[in-house]
Design a protein around this ligand. Structure first.
Ligand code: 4NP
Length: 174
């Protein structure tokens, strides 16, 4: 099981960027927000070449779609562009990425079910483990609700990504 609050750490270099994938159910609301926000934060910090950031969904029903229009509107209001196209999470991602950031317990169960080694399991962490205001530990699914739910998701994701990047920055060798 993943250690709460501790990403698997290693030296991060230009030759060996740190790879993160954000995972939700549909890959059109929460995980594209994670991808866009983290991309924005690493760029702002001048570290965009040290990190590779992606997102995926445990389900395939929105494959190929851009991020949800409400997710994009809220992100743009905060100066963040969401440019992802939905894809399904695959077993190869368990080895490809250093850190797999899931949005809720169901996402975590679905990803853990694909794991075959402890090394893979250790990479799977709830994004909200990094939220200074962790609530119930999950990033709530905003899909069937109004704009305020999408704003809430954005704020949770932003707080969590800021905290996570703060930890990871100490591993960057410039
Ligand atoms: P996401 O939100 O997992 O944050 O992308 C959802 C998107 C689509 C559906 C559910 C949640 N859906 O049921 O189609």
């Amino acid at each position: 099981m993943a250690l709460k609050g501790f990403p698997p750490l290693r030296p991060i270099t230009l030759k060996d960027p740190y790879k993160m994938v954000f995972v939700c159910l549909g890959n059109i609301c929460r995980s594209p927000t994670g991808e866009g926000v983290m991309q924005h934060l690493v760029k702002e910090a001048g570290f965009e070449n040290y990190f590779l950031i992606d997102s995926a969904g445990t389900a395939s029903f929105h494959t190929g779609e851009p991020a949800n229009s409400k997710s994009r509107a809220i992100a743009e209001k905060h100066g963040v562009q969401l440019l992802s196209r939905a894809r399904q999470f695959r077993s190869a991602d368990l080895d490809e990425f250093d850190l797999i950031l899931v949005m809720d317990n169901e996402n975590r169960d679905n990803v853990l079910r694909l794991c075959t080694t402890d090394e893979q399991r250790e990479k799977v962490q709830l994004l909200r483990d990094y939220d200074p205001k962790p609530g119930d530990g999950e990033v709530p699914d905003p899909y069937y609700g109004g704009l305020d739910g999408f704003e809430n998701v954005f704020q949770i994701v932003k707080r969590s990504c800021e905290q996570l990047l703060f930890k990871l920055k100490s591993q960057v060798s410039v």
